[in-house]
Design a binder for this molecule. Structure first.
Ligand code: SIN
Length: 274
C-alpha cells in the first residue's frame, strides 16, 4: 500500500493527490484508497503521471469499473473500450463548452470519468466541475421531498457535438435507439448513500410526472441552480496529471476560450465495478 497525500481544493469538491507512482502500477489497497478519495472529493487530480500512456490509462480505468462503450461507437459497430482523444484546433472547434454529466441519455451512463491532458494551449482550456450533492443539499427540505419522486427524460439534444464526432447518420441511429431514457431527478448515490441532483442543461429535456409548463419552469430553475458558482471548481490543466471524477456526483464544462489554439485530452470512462 502506498501512502499518498490528499489536498482539498475547495470545501465543496476537488482535491489534488500527490505521492502516487504511475497509477497503473498501484496495488489494490492503494486503488481502494484512491477511489475513496474520488467519492469523497468528487473530482481528483493525480500529479506525477507524465509516464502514463494510453495503454496504462485504459488498464487503470478498467480496474475501477466495467468497460463503457459510448452508444455512438456501439452504433458504428465498435465493441471495445478505447482511449478517446478529444482534439480542439482551428478546424475542430471545442464542443464540450456546455454543462453536462456524460451520456445521461444512455440507459446505463458511465459512472467514473477520467481525463489526461496531452497538449495544452498557452492559455485557456480550463475545465469546471460542479457538485451535485451541494446543489441538492442547498434546496429547501420541501422541494427536496418533492424531487424524490420525480423522473426526468434525457436525450441527445441538438447533437451538434455528436454529429461532428460520429457523423449525421450515426447520430440519427443512436437517437432512434435511445428514445425513452428516464432517470430519477434526485437519486441516492449507491456508494456514498447521499442524494444528488441528476439533471443537466445539455441532456435533460423534461420532468415526466409534471405538466409541460411546470416541467419547463422547474427544470429551468434546477439546471441553473445546479451550477451555481458556489458549487463549482475551475481547474487549469498541467500536462502530466490525471483527473478522475465521479460522474453521478458532478457536472462538468470544458471552457472554449483557447480556440483556435490546439488542445488535446485523452478520455476514458467506465461503468460501476463489476
Ligand atoms: C468532457 O466534457 O468530457 C471533456 C472535458 C474536457 O475536455 O475538459
Amino acid at each position: 500500500m502506498t501512502t499518498f497525500h490528499v489536498r482539498p481544493l475547495t470545501s465543496v469538491l476537488g482535491a489534488e493527490i500527490t505521492g502516487l507512482p504511475r497509477v497503473d502500477t498501484i496495488d489494490d489497497a492503494t486503488l481502494a484508497e484512491l477511489m475513496a478519495a474520488v467519492h469523497e472529493h468528487k473530482v481528483v487530480f493525480v500529479t506525477d503521471q507524465e509516464k502514463l500512456d494510453d495503454d496504462g490509462h485504459l488498464a487503470f480505468m478498467l480496474r475501477i469499473g466495467a468497460p463503457y462503450v459510448h452508444p455512438l461507437a456501439h452504433v458504428a459497430g465498435k465493441t471495445d473500450p478505447i482511449v478517446e482523444h478529444i482534439i480542439d484546433d482551428a478546424d475542430h472547434p471545442p464542443f464540450q463548452d456546455r454543462w453536462h454529466t456524460d451520456v445521461t441519455w444512455d440507459l446505463e451512463p458511465p459512472r467514473i470519468g477520467s481525463l489526461r491532458p496531452i497538449e495544452m494551449p498557452a492559455s485557456g482550456g480550463d475545465t469546471l466541475w460542479a457538485s451535485m450533492y451541494a446543489a441538492y443539499d442547498s434546496l429547501s427540505p420541501r422541494l427536496q421531498e418533492q424531487l424524490e419522486g420525480l423522473t426526468a427524460h434525457h436525450d441527445l439534444g441538438d447533437g451538434e457535438a455528436f454529429k461532428s464526432k460520429g457523423g449525421e447518420a450515426i447520430f440519427e441511429m443512436a437517437k432512434e435507439l435511445l428514445l425513452d431514457t428516464r432517470h430519477p431527478v434526485a437519486p441516492v448515490h449507491p456508494v456514498t448513500g447521499r442524494r444528488y441532483l441528476n439533471v443537466n442543461r445539455q441532456f435533460t429535456r423534461s420532468i415526466v410526472e409534471l405538466e409541460p409548463n411546470e416541467s419547463e419552469a422547474l427544470l429551468g430553475f434546477l439546471v441553473d441552480h445546479a451550477v451555481h458558482p458556489n458549487y463549482c471548481l475551475r481547474h487549469s490543466w498541467t500536462v502530466g496529471e490525471l483527473c478522475v471524477w465521479d460522474e453521478r456526483a458532478t457536472q462538468h464544462f470544458a471552457t472554449a476560450g483557447h480556440y483556435p489554439a490546439r488542445r488535446e485530452m485523452a478520455r476514458v470512462a467506465v461503468g460501476d465495478p463489476v
